[in-house]
Design a protein. Structure first.
Length: 273
């Protein structure tokens, strides 16, 4: 595939270069979210410095998707891969972003816009979630007195993980998200339960279920890319527990984004062959 991709950058003009990557984050009123996603995109760009990588937001933060696409078109690029930095294939990925790109194609018919797949419960991201849990365990075991009321994890403890996601009004979507907890359990052998910040089961319910299943210690693992109001809500609801960090900048996340980029280009090449 890379031999075919090399042809895309063999010429001297913009149209002959590899497609620009537009990494699209959700956006939030919480400034920590944009800061974290900016760090994520910086890592993505650093992994392939020869390629042009831009960041954009669906809502609440700048630059917007429209602004970035317009800038890319003004620089005479002819192809951009738009990669949603989203963990689920919900309304934003299925409706909002395609609508924005359809409008952009009408404004810039010379610019080919390819939407990549969402991140989803990729095995690499499940490993990243495991890493965040392990980091939290090591931090607590190494400095158990720093935060009063927090419990440390002993080496022989039976660990329970409440995997906390956003939640949806769609029961089917929540069932798909629950697969994250099952995959984490299969990877680690830990007891896991799914919970949501906006619907049931709540984090409190997940904690009770884990204790009923024999967990000695429970930790909350947020299935979020960045911190924000919802992760704060989860912390407030279970303030006595250790909460792992969000996924944030992580080599696995960088790799998954580039996998989505490569797959989008390969699919375009196959369709045009």
């Amino acid at each position: 595939m890379w031999a075919e991709l090399e042809l895309l950058q063999s010429g001297p003009d913009r149209g002959a270069e590899r497609p620009v990557l537009i990494a699209v984050a959700h956006g939030s009123r919480d400034p920590r979210s944009a800061e974290t996603m900016s760090a994520v995109v910086a890592d993505i760009a650093a992994a392939r410095p020869a390629l042009d990588v831009r960041s954009a937001f669906l809502d609440l933060n700048a630059p917007s998707v429209e602004q970035v696409v317009d800038a890319v078109a003004a620089q005479r690029y002819t192809h951009a891969v738009v990669a949603p930095l989203l963990l689920g294939n919900a309304f934003h990925a299925r409706v909002d972003l395609p609508g924005m790109l359809a409008a952009a194609r009408a404004r810039h018919p010379q610019l080919r816009l390819t939407q990549a797949d969402v991140l989803g419960p990729d095995p690499q991201l499940i490993e990243a979630l495991r890493d965040r849990v392990l980091d939290a365990i090591v931090e607590r075991d190494g400095d158990t007195d720093r935060i009063p009321g927090r419990q440390a994890f002993g080496r022989n403890d039976r660990i329970g993980i409440a995997v906390a996601a956003v939640g949806s009004s769609s029961a089917a979507a929540n069932a798909r998200t629950a697969e994250v907890a099952r995959r984490l359990a299969a990877l680690t052998g830990w007891r896991t339960e799914i919970c949501f910040a906006t619907t049931e089961p709540t984090v409190t319910q997940a904690i009770c279920r884990l204790h009923a299943r024999g967990a000695d210690r429970v930790l909350v693992a947020p299935w979020f890319l960045a911190p924000g109001l919802l992760t704060d809500r989860l912390i407030a609801a279970a303030a006595e527990l250790v909460h792992a960090d969000v996924i944030g900048p992580h080599p696995a996340l960088t790799d998954v984004v580039w996998d989505r980029y490569d797959a989008a280009i390969a699919n375009d090449l196959a369709l045009s062959a």
